[in-house]
Ligand binder design. Sequence first.
Ligand code: CO8
Length: 260
Amino acid sequence: MKFNNLLIDIAEMIALVTINRPAALNALNNELIEELAAAFAGLKERDDVACVILTGGGSKAFVAGADIAAMQPLDAVSAAKFARNGHAVLNSIENFPKPVIAAVNGFALGGGCELAMACDIRIAAENARFGQPEVNLGVIPGFGGTLRLPRLIGKGRAKELIFTGDMIDAAEACRIGLVNKVVAAEELLATAKAMAVKIASRGSVAVRFAKDSIDNGLEMDLDRAGRFESDLFGLCFCTVDQKEGMQAFLDKRSAKFCGR
Ligand code: CO8
């Protein structure tokens, strides 16, 4: 599929997906949301992709939010539809069977912050800025911000960010757990790639099960979550990678995983 707003580059088992609408600071409109959905659906099926990095085109923004010009004339029904489409694509990223790293290279506001939060890991450049400024526009976050932000940083801090609409810098985002680490802008992609390559070298079935257990386990009570984790732990023992990983340890050599 040809994309008007995305660049996709695949190398060394890593897919780099760049949201490329820099003239509008990569703001999310319907077309871009549909392209993101199609891109992730395609990458899901590719055996030559073990990990995805999502970043923004240009030097200023990861994604500066949903497209305000496109949203301004919407009525209630079409706004709810737009929000539901956004939820669907962000859920597909959160549930993507391989790790997704957000390399946040500038503004991550509104839908952009929500998109970053749907990724598994967030690495920010020093110039990144985060916020949920929707109340400044007379609306609330509509792509999962009221749901994922409190789960990530706690209810009190999430309410402060959402109620004030304030922007925070990368250092503050790191301090409150919104991002995993902050690096110099020129090191952002190399840092994200190094992490992706490291993850891709591990047992991919185990990484997938770990993602499943963390994401689903957080939504269950501890008893059910414990049983879910135990079942996935047991399933690991059907894989070639479990036999290889443990044998390699016993042989005092590096494991050669095959993803089965
Ligand atoms: N939508 C559309 N266009 C945008 C957006 C946006 N979110 N952000 C920036 N742009 C455009 C600007 O209009 C401008 O275009 P032009 O050059 O044609 O005038 C261009 O990008 C560059 O932006 P600025 O000139 O404003 O750049 P600055 O460096 O001065 O400022 C900011 C950068 C601070 C990021 C500023 O652009 C800004 O405040 N942008 C809006 C941020 C925002 O409010 N984001 C939240 C949007 S709401 C949202 O995301 C809700 C998600 C859920 C939707 C639910 C469905 C109904």
